[in-house]
Design a protein around this ligand. Structure first.
Ligand SMILES: NC(=O)C1=CN([C@@H]2O[C@H](COP(=O)(O)OP(=O)(O)OC[C@H]3O[C@@H](n4cnc5c(N)ncnc54)[C@H](O)[C@@H]3O)[C@@H](O)[C@H]2O)C=CC1
Ligand SMILES: O=C([O-])CC(=O)C(=O)O
Length: 257
């Protein structure tokens, strides 16, 4: 496939290497205008340049980028994978994506991100699902640049602290770089306003730990993952980048999970 990539950060760099290693071609990367000169053969500054040759766009740049470019990409008929799932907690953005996808007859594919068990959750949601709880736990550094900074002394933290309790919608909107997982759990399960979320800074751990607990007609499950973060960004788990690659594989193979 010919790929247009949005972003050049930690997730984008992993995705770029992994998709090229699988025989796909990244022919354009949409970056902020000031960065184009760093690699003028590859970097572009507009959606028309990004999608000119693309079979598919992969967005790895955050909520603001999905909101800014997503409607144009989809509206012009190019399918898109996004890792910035939490942006859909803003109903205006979700509506814009949906109507652009309908106009362009293109799909927005949500990467599962740093969490797993979404297949189980979405199957369970076709029956009666009574309760879904997501708990996100990261080392203090993993919360740098988030709303936790205003609530805790992250640098000097010596004990476990919960810095957020609320719904998945509140979490995804307040923590755009850290609670995309809460949004993915919400979308797979009982929605943004029913999914309960707790976010914790824990100085005793070195990985990003995500847990989902669900109860309903299907029974109960508990899922827990301890994810390594990406070398360039302690906030983002490697699995989030890998899930984008897996989604691309699903879209390009004839027999898929
Ligand atoms: N679904 C999930 O489980 C996860 C989702 N994420 C989402 O992925 C995003 C990216 O994560 P990382 O790569 O680790 O962050 P990063 O900070 O390493 O990279 C972000 C990149 O996007 C670029 N960017 C931001 N806004 C842009 C715009 N409007 N136009 C062009 N470029 C723009 C930045 O310049 C930077 O190069 C996060 O902000 C978060 O929303 C992150 C981790 C897990
Ligand atoms: O990468 C992670 O561990 C989770 C994360 O930042 C997010 O959900 O946005």
């Amino acid at each position: 496939m010919k790929i247009g990539l949005i972003g050049k950060g930690a997730i984008a760099q992993h995705v770029m290497g992994a998709v090229q290693a699988r025989g796909h071609m990244v022919h354009a990367v949409l970056v902020r205008p000031g960065s184009i000169s760093q690699n003028p053969n590859l970097f572009v500054g507009s959606v028309p340049e990004l999608i000119a040759e693309a079979d598919l766009v992969i967005e790895c740049a955050g909520h603001q980028a999905l909101a800014a470019y997503g409607p144009q990409v989809l509206g012009q008929g190019t399918g898109m994978i996004t890792v910035s799932v939490g942006a859909l907690a803003d109903q205006t953005i979700a509506d814009e994506m949906e109507s652009a996808a309908s106009v362009g007859q293109a799909k927005l594919h949500l990467a599962s991100g740093a969490i797993g068990a979404l297949d189980c959750l979405s199957a369970a949601a076709t029956g009666k699902l009574d309760k879904v709880i997501y708990v996100g736990r990261k080392p203090p550094l993993g919360w740098k640049g988030s709303a936790a900074e205003g609530r805790l002394d992250l640098e000097g933290l010596t004990q476990v602290e919960t810095h957020f309790t609320g719904t998945a919608r509140e979490a995804a909107l307040a923590y755009p770089k850290n609670a995309n997982v809460a949004a993915a759990v919400a979308l797979a399960g009982i929605g943004f306003d029913e999914t309960q979320v707790k976010l914790i800074a824990d100085p005793s751990i070195a990985q990003n730990v995500h847990e989902v607990e669900a109860e309903g007609e299907f029974g109960q499950f508990h899922f827990r993952i301890s994810g390594n973060s990406l070398p360039d960004n302690p906030r983002s788990s490697a699995l989030a980048a890998m899930s984008v690659v897996a989604k691309l594989e699903q879209l390009s193979k004839p027999i898929v999970m």
